[in-house]
Design a protein around this ligand. Structure first.
Ligand code: 464
Length: 302
């Protein structure tokens, strides 16, 4: 197939902003299909030394798209011009999960169970592909026209090469990258796991920590670790300094407490192999049919 160019698309409104990218709603002039095009500014990427991140995002998106697993944005094609790189991605008509949490303030337990279940299935697919997301948060969990999730933004993802549970980031460049990443965690500090703050090691269970934070936020409306600046948030994370509101669902509280464990190897699911059966079997998910979830009509968020 011939390489696409911007002339093949009608660019619409901005639907996402990153530190060196902007996401536009677009329409393919040949098929009238809608896509999201992520436009990355080449000069900014080079100046901020982010070329490795962009290459990794492309590689991870290619791996996920080729695997044909549900619950992730797909990468349809890429192209570039003098100034920019273009990623043509799935358009998630209903936007970010975060906007729904803000709109309704707190999900009922049925919606929380459903979306926590879809996120868990997505993490099983991702981790089976030996990929750690490392920046999972409600802004990166999108909702398609049927209100199923599509996870996006793999700029911070890690491809686990030694297939161990733990990916030791070796060499100064990695440590520097992680430190830079920690600094670049502005706005997402609330979901970062203790191990990413201390020994700079990426684990599959780092994504399970983020799941715990997201379940807490779906029910209470806010993330568990909150403060007026990142440094205090990091301190609270390392001290496990958070509380549950009075009326927090008991099963959800028990699951969150078993995911928000400082020692990542003791986190629920951390020792599971094929799938996260320890988490699937938690009372929070009683009655949820994981095998048919992606074909089930989602509950109306309320
Ligand atoms: N960093 C990234 O990779 N970012 C990406 C990548 C791919 C991608 C991406 C971001 C998308 C973001 C997106 C944003 C939106 C969107 C933006 C603004 C408004 C709305 C919107 O109003 N949706 C209707 C539902 N809302 C729900 C919340 C209350 C008001 C009504 C959607 C739709 N999709 C997308 O569709 N595809």
């Amino acid at each position: 197939p011939t390489k696409r160019t911007t002339k093949d698309f009608i660019f619409g409104k901005v639907i996402g902003e990153g530190s060196f990218s902007t996401v536009y709603l677009t329409k393919d002039i040949h098929t009238s299909k809608e896509y999201a095009i992520k436009v990355c500014d080449k000069r900014h990427i080079i100046r901020e030394k982010k070329t490795e991140y962009v290459k990794r995002e492309r590689d991870v998106l290619n791996t996920i798209t080729s695997a044909g697993v549900p619950f992730f944005v797909k990468l349809y094609c890429t192209f570039q011009d003098t100034d920019s790189l273009y990623f043509v991605l799935s358009y998630a008509k209903n936007g970010e999960l975060l906007q729904y949490i803000k709109q309704v303030g707190a999900f009922d337990i049925e919606s929380t169970r459903f979306y926590a279940g879809e996120i868990l299935l997505a993490l099983e697919h991702l981790h089976r592909l030996h990929i750690i997301h490392r920046d999972l948060k409600p802004e990166n969990i999108l909702l398609d026209e049927k209100m199923h999730i599509l996870i996006t933004d793999f700029g911070s993802a890690k491809i686990v090469v030694n297939h161990e549970q733990q990916q030791k980031v070796e060499g100064d460049s990695e440590v520097t990258t992680v430190v830079q990443r920690r600094n670049s965690f502005v706005g997402t500090a609330q979901y970062v796991s203790p191990e990413l703050l201390t020994d700079k090691v990426a684990h599959y269970s780092s994504d399970l920590w983020a799941l715990g934070c997201i379940i807490y936020q779906m029910i209470s409306g806010l993330p568990p670790f909150r403060a007026r600046n990142e440094y205090i948030i990091f301190q609270k994370i390392l001290k496990l300094d958070y509380e549950f509101p009075e009326d927090f669902d008991a099963d959800a509280q028990d699951l969150v407490q078993k995911l928000l464990v400082v020692n990542n190897s003791e986190r629920l699911g951390a020792q599971d192999k094929e799938n996260y059966h320890s988490i699937r079997s938690h009372p929070m998910f009683a009655g949820l049919d994981f095998a048919t979830l992606s074909e089930t009509t989602p509950p109306v968020i309320s």
